[in-house]
Design a protein around this ligand. Structure first.
Ligand code: ATP
Ligand code: MG
Length: 675
């Protein structure tokens, strides 16, 4: 189609991408390997649809993070500007499934009886509430070995998201907990009742209620809100999300999904690659477009990535080939131990920087957030700025939760966790007192002024109590005379500061976090919107290195592999490519779990454009003896077999060079003995 080749919106695309961008309204699945331009194609399709006359306000773009949606729409706007229509993409509905669910439920939830002032529990809150109900039901007794609150939350989430009955989930995934089936049912029933009574929704509820809303008589109206629905990273969606899409677009008209089964890394949250594999059956008239050329990485990097993923037990044949010419083989850096690894990583980063690669174009990737501690220390020592993504979120820290509890309570006084958190901050107010006060609150229909006016606090809380009531009077006023969210944060912060100093160490640093929250709040006109955005998509970066001020700064990126999904960097450094780290000690060793770890490793490798460094600390404190890490010696990850090591250049940094046999090699050798 020569006229399309000349269209400025499409000119730089390849034929398959162009076909995907301009495909008609039938259901469309774009399935392709890493770096082949899936996200680019999807953003371009948004621009194309708008230019073809689609109303931007009726286009829904679902992504894995808010950041991804913002970036894609910014790009879509850029393409439109080239074509002469600027800023049209701003009206597109973009965001995660959960964030879109909140927007819709606030607007239409009343038709299924949802209270408009509901607040949202993050994962930590859900666990806490499950913990409370577990204790209320007398299940928390150590003797009966009932699962921990976090395991309970995991089981609950799995049931909801996989849409399978509890018995089946226990049988398939948590067989050791089968003896607790009845008690778990009682717990989950209690948890559900508690959320209903307190006007709380957890993450899973957001999806569940969205689906319910679509199934309800209001469903038709809701469906007609959107003419087009586009989904990136479809391989990491769960059954419930697929069900929502099916209800949104029953015959698939206007539906485009994009994904790569080789990069599915969220099975632990009940995501399933079946969604991508079953798409053609779910939407019988769908088209599938494959993209094959990789524009991101050089061939030596892709050769390694291809070899690693080829050994996956279950996979679809897909080989990446590089469009870009040249490139150096990836480097395996052997080091003595983790301390040496940290030094090596930082000197490679600095060397790259000297050769013209900015820090922000380089990433240090790791399996678990705590794996980067030694590198962070070394970066601090050498005064290199960095930002860290993934791991313990800002919002999960105790002092941030404390501060937000004031706002959450003001927003929804039924939220007993928030009430309890606020009350327990006061010195001398223990579990029992707090429970009594929460109980009084319930009895008075959640009018805290009435419930608490007669309370006489003990000596240590005496000075704080009237100030707390004053604060609540200020921030929990009726909606029409409410002060802006940033001012509410400021008042709560002033009240909380002296309490914080008495509770935690590093008070000054923590106070800075709280000021940060005030700044975040400044962007919001209303408290409900501020709280839900913060809960659903909290600022991803936590610790910051020296002098890192904002995202435009040239800071090195430190990230868990999970949080680096979809991103790319000129140079990538993968920490601790050893057994116990990748695959993780926490994976249960089943073939499925190992395949997931392998895909995770593949995701890490395919983030690199030009340079890829893998580090092998020979002594590694995190590997457990039971998994082959005896005497602290860490075998190279099994995903880099001898055969695959051919694609690597080995560099020994002060370490004894020794053949890096992996357990896979040994097994293969033993196997060969019988042939
Ligand atoms: P992932 O699987 O990691 O999410 P992806 O398939 O979404 O990757 P993109 O991130 O869209 O891939 O693209 C990878 C890189 O290739 C980007 O830098 C993008 O700008 C570039 N790219 C994509 N298509 C083309 C093209 N036709 N010409 C030149 N560069 C392209
Ligand atoms: Mg992508």
């Amino acid at each position: 189609m020569p006229e399309l080749e000349n269209d400025e919106l499409l000119r730089d695309l390849n034929d398959a991408q162009r076909k995907a961008v301009t495909y008609g309204d039938g259901p469309l699945l774009i399935v392709a390997g890493a770096g082949t331009g899936k996200t680019t194609t999807l953003a371009r399709r948004v621009a194309w649809l708008i230019r073809q006359g689609a109303d931007p306000g009726r286009v829904l773009l679902l992504t894995f993070t808010r950041r991804a949606a913002v970036e894609m729409l910014r790009r879509a706007d850029g393409y439109l500007a080239v074509a002469g229509d600027s800023h049209a993409a701003a009206a597109v509905w973009g965001g995660t499934f959960h964030a879109v669910a909140v927007r819709l439920l606030r607007r239409f939830g009343s038709s299924i009886g949802l209270p408009s002032g509901f607040t949202i529990l993050d994962r930590g809150d859900s666990e806490d509430l499950l913990g409370v109900v577990r204790a209320d039901l007398g299940l928390a007794d150590a003797k009966n070995r009932f699962p921990s609150k976090s395991l309970c939350a995991e089981i609950y989430g799995r049931v909801v998201n996989s849409q399978k009955p509890l018995d089946k989930v226990l049988e398939e995934t948590f067989p050791a907990q089968r003896a607790h089936t009845l008690d778990l049912k009682a717990l989950f029933k209690g948890y559900t009742a508690r959320k209903e009574a307190e006007h709380l929704l957890d993450y899973d509820d957001l999806l569940l209620f969205w689906e319910t809303l679509l199934a309800d008589s209001a469903g038709e109206g809701l469906r007609s809100l959107f003419s087009h629905v586009l989904v990136d990273e479809y391989q990491d969606t769960n059954r419930l999300q697929a069900a929502i899409l099916k209800r949104l677009r029953p015959d698939g008209t206007g539906l485009t999904v994009v994904g790569d089964d080789a990069q599915a890394i969220y099975a632990f949250r009940a995501a399933t690659v079946r969604n991508i594999l079953d798409f053609p059956q779910d939407y019988p008239n769908s088209a599938i477009i494959a993209l094959e050329d990789n524009y991101r990485s050089t061939q030596p990097i892709l050769t390694l990535a291809n070899a690693v993923i080829a050994a996956a037990v279950e996979r679809h044949e897909k080989t990446l080939r590089a469009v870009r010419a040249g490139g150096l083989p990836p480097t395996l850096v052997r080091c003595e131990d983790e301390g040496e690894q940290a030094k090596q990583v930082v000197s490679q980063v600095v060397r790259q920087h000297r050769e013209g690669v900015p820090f922000r174009q380089q990433a240090v990737l790791f399996r678990a957030a705590h794996h980067s501690l030694a590198v962070e220390l070394e970066l601090n020592r050498r005064e290199i700025p960095f930002v860290k993504y993934g791991g313990l979120k800002f919002l999960e820290t105790a002092h941030v939760k404390d501060l937000l509890a004031f706002l959450r309570f003001a927003e929804n006084p039924r939220d007993s966790l928030a009430a309890d958190r606020v009350l327990s901050l006061l010195p001398g107010v223990g579990r029992k007192t707090s429970q009594t006060l929460v109980e009084r609150l319930r009895e008075t229909g959640f009018a805290w002024q009435t419930a608490w006016q007669d309370y006489k606090p003990g000596t240590s809380a005496r000075e704080h109590w009237p100030r707390l009531l004053d604060l609540l009077g200020e921030i929990a006023g009726p909606p029409d005379d409410r002060i802006p969210p940033a001012e509410q944060v400021r008042l709560a912060r002033l009240f909380y500061a002296p309490l914080l100093a008495g509770r935690y160490d590093h008070a000054a640093v923590r106070m800075q976090d709280l000021e940060q929250i005030e700044l975040l709040a400044a962007g919001y006109p209303d408290r409900a919107g501020f709280l839900s955005d913060l809960t659903l998509d909290p600022p991803a970066s936590t610790r910051r290195g020296p002098e890192a001020l904002d995202d435009d700064d040239d800071s090195l990126v430190l990230s868990t592999i999970h949080s680096a999904k979809g991103l790319e960097f000129v140079a990538v450094h993968v920490l601790s490519a050893v057994e116990g780290s990748i695959p993780s000690d926490f994976s249960d060793g089943s073939p499925e779990a190992l395949d997931e770890e392998r895909r995770l490793f593949y995701v890490a490798l395919t983030r690199a454009k030009d340079s890829l460094f893998l580090y092998h600390p020979l002594r590694y404190s995190l590997s457990r003896p039971s998994r082959g890490g005896a005497y602290g010696l860490a075998p190279l990850t099994r995903f880099l077999t001898l055969d695959i090591q051919r694609h690597l250049r080995v560099l020994s940094a002060g370490a004894e060079p020794s053949p890096a046999l992996t357990t896979g090699d040994v097994r293969r050798r033993i196997g060969q003995m019988w042939e």
